[in-house]
Design a protein around this ligand. Sequence first.
Ligand SMILES: [Cu+2]
Length: 362
Amino acid sequence: MGVRKNVRSLNDGEREALVSALIELKRNGTYDRFVQDHVDAMAAGTPPAGARFSPVPNAAHRGPAFLPWHREYLLRLERALQAITPDVSLPYWDWTQDAPDPMASPVWSDGFMGGSGTESEEWRVTDGPFARDKGNWTLTVEADQHGDALRRRFGRLEWPLPDGTTEGSDWTLPTSEDVGLAMAERHYDAYPYNDSTFTTGFRNRLEGWIPSTADPMVKTSGVQLHNRVHVFVAGAWVETARDGTRRAAVGSMLPSSSPNDPVFFLHHCFVDKLWADWQRARALADPAGRPHYAPLSGGPFGHNLHDPMYPWRRDRTPYAVLDHKALGYEYDTDNEQPAPLALSIAPEAAPGDEAHLVSPYL
Ligand SMILES: [Cu+2]
């Protein structure tokens, strides 16, 4: 059984093996097909106007299948990596460990993922194996919109205003307290199974759609948890086009082609681990509540327990991926005692909806 470890526990050889396998997948074209699958899934599964579920989720986000879809997706990438180097497993990036000092994370080392972009290079990543100058990592999916180089601006978003000025905000990584709010959710998901700030449950909380305006327990403004990490790594800035017009530009981790940044897989591996941890805790606390997934039926198509998940074969359903060990991998902490669960806090109504500030990209 493959063991998915914390990135901090990898030795030099394990880090190098992962990077080499990623670069080989990129070279042979497989990696970019994965990126395209993510783009297609985000564009898929939107029912016609007037449908019962609004705002409607896509096949992989903003709905219950968010976690199972990405579990299947990561598993497929991991198997592709293992076809090159049999003993590699995806590691997870526990960003709560880096929240106090994000720039110092070992994830950004020169031998691993490289760091934030360089301002004078339009925020292109200029160190590490994925820097453009290394020649290993030319982006092809959505390159016409977002450029062909990996770009990151850690912790800072800036966007143009119509009056010619620029507005900006600083962003942080989620903390272990933020994760605690998700782990305290007793239900997997709730009607109407979407990304509304009023939709309670573990999935919507972990995906990051419940902001401080809907729940006073949330301590930071803007999107949370999974979404927040995408925003933090990508960043945004103002570009001036040749004709002098100012326009918003974003880093590679934000558009629907976000798997272009290999950090995507380390980030989503941790999201998958949090789901596995929550499943284990719920199974102990409430054995009768199995399968700890909702909806069983009657929800948006592609998101019910036995619906096929786009674009895979009919048998790739949320149900098929509920037990990660049955899929052939485990996490290095699977045998530890689950953390005690706090009481679930129901979000209250609030007028603001800043969680959707950057929603076109998530
Ligand atoms: Cu995704």
